[in-house]
Design a protein around this ligand. Sequence first.
Ligand SMILES: [Zn+2]
Length: 334
Amino acid sequence: MTRYLILGVLTGFLLVTSGCRPALSPKATVFKPIVPRILDADNALAEARALVALGPRAAGTPGARQAAGHLLVRLQAAGVQSTLDAFTDETPDGKVTFWNVMGVIPAAGPDSPRGREAAKAPWIFLGSHFDTKSGLGSGFEGANDSASSSGLLLELARVLQAAGPLPVNIGIAFFDGEECRQSYTARDGLHGSVHAVRALCLNRRVDQVRAVIILDMIGDRDLTVTIPRNSTSDLTSRVFRAAAAEKVRDKFALMAGAMLDDHQPFLEAGMPSIDLIDFEYGSAPGRNDYWHTPQDTLDKLSAESLGIVGRVVIRVLNDLMMEAVSGRQTPDAR
Ligand SMILES: [Zn+2]
């Protein structure tokens, strides 16, 4: 992650909205909510540690390619249908090859062929970037930014795959090239998420996307998830309600401003999106001085924080899936 923006600047370049509405599940089916405590936070931390052990993962380097291959293997080991999506994009340093890792857990109903059900069901995407900021030396771990969210996303994928069949399609996205090389422009940063959004638009899937939940820097042992203002308010409300139910409401707050992160391209294409990010990652409360420095190391993370965010995400997913099953459609509060 990313660059901090003041809200006034951001609203100037938002392209919203396409008027898309959440798709409804085709048929009411029985859905049993996933028990949040099934999530194994120690496993999420172990996955983060394994990713860090590979070395720096700056986009366009062999390290990023290796990390993508590793995430693909881990996702497949969880039983998730997964692919490597390689693409090239212009950057300030010329053309670069990026590697997104994409997984799908298809929707299914008990009384219809899996494929037909999945084609009509809503989509929920869970995303994390996995690249590390470049220029921080050969020892840079990127433990919180971005191994923490990638480790948790692998664990969430495992839980969701095991909990199926689900009433919605779940997309699991590990984005390459989130970090910019110089400063965020149309050619610098957010490459993976922009590429994924382009594919959704080409495949006319945008209107089927009910929610996009981006995880970034969520492993800090001193956890405060600071939800940026440029998140869809309906999803922000659901996260606060889920956090209250999980008795961790004090760990979640609204950021004073907006962030440019991987949820932004989805928002601009008209998809409800939220960024769960802790942008107070530092040596004292409220400070962010570990961010993009050699101090972003594994010892700053805790399984407890990964567990808190993971369980809240499961509750939000339960909420959205129950709604899809009941056919109830809440107003798009974006
Ligand atoms: Zn970053």
